[in-house]
Design a protein around this ligand. Structure first.
Ligand code: ZN
Length: 260
């Protein structure tokens, strides 16, 4: 299974570069994996720090893409994909801490399958969209539910710094079946979301084709595909874990807003 990550190592902990991953070692790449990069050398994975596994120009999300989740929040099941953005400033790597902003009384997790685009597309067909998906990962669409409801627009409620944990790795699209897999989220070891991507209203290629009618997608762009039912409130000190078989699991901590 071809897996990729942006890694740094203790001797230069902020210098994230692309690697192709193997069992206990990593091949350094001279560019993003969708650029067919050359291999520069290999090294042990010991001490590796996993960064966000893409550098997107934008993050596009789809809301209410599972009927049971739409209903749990009292919403109609949409007839077309409901698109919104999260800012790239909300990205957070595996092992990071989601900060609960002081402006919200209710922050919730949404466990989601995510994917990264491998080449530029605009007004793609469903087939072109499927072919443009480079790889899959998992992400949390962290949401300040009270602010989302109050604002109607999603920008503030879903846009806080740290509200888009993603990774730790990308699995090549050729090695993963996005339409037939479980998606599970644990909060402090307790199963909170237990969904299946077969229940998505709009499959991944439909979402990307639809969104590409509006905006050009660039290599590296990140798409979150919606959450199954079971969203719920978070508290400082919580640990969240997201598992999709065939993809590496994502774990984050929840922390209080301590800035002056
Ligand atoms: Zn979501």
């Amino acid at each position: 299974m071809a897996r990729y990550a942006r890694l740094a190592f203790p001797e230069a902990p902020n210098d994230f570069r692309w690697y192709a991953l193997h069992e206990d070692r990593a091949d350094a790449l001279d560019g993003a994996p969708w650029l067919s990069p050359a291999t520069l050398g290999t090294r042990p994975l010991t001490g590796a720090i996993y960064g966000v596994p893409t550098t997107p120009s934008k993050i596009v999300c789809v809301g209410r893409n599972y009927a049971a989740h739409a209903k749990e929040l009292g919403n109609e099941v949409p007839k077309e994909p409901l698109l919104f953005h999260k800012p790239v400033s909300s990205l957070l790597a595996n092992g990071g801490t989601v900060i609960l902003p002081r402006e919200s009384e209710r922050v919730e997790q949404e466990a989601e399958l995510a994917f990264v685009v491998g080449h530029r597309i605009r007004r793609a067909t469903r087939e072109e969209a499927r072919a443009a998906i480079f790889g899959y990962t998992v992400a949390f669409d962290i949401t300040a539910r009270d602010i989302q409801k109050k604002d109607v627009q999603f920008t503030r409620g879903k846009g806080f710094d740290t509200f888009c944990p993603v990774g730790p790795t990308l699995t090549a699209a050729s090695a993963f079946a996005p339409d037939a897999t479980t998606i599970r989220c644990w909060r402090n070891g307790e199963l909170r979301q237990d969904g299946h991507t077969a229940d998505m209203i709009f499959p991944v290629d439909v979402v990307l084709a639809y969104a590409s009618q509006v905006m050009t997608f660039e290599p590296g762009d990140l798409i979150l595909t919606g959450t199954p039912e079971g969203v719920g409130p978070l508290a400082a000190g919580d640990t969240l874990r997201l598992e999709v078989p065939g993809l590496d699991a994502l774990t984050v901590e929840i922390g209080a807003d301590r800035e002056g």
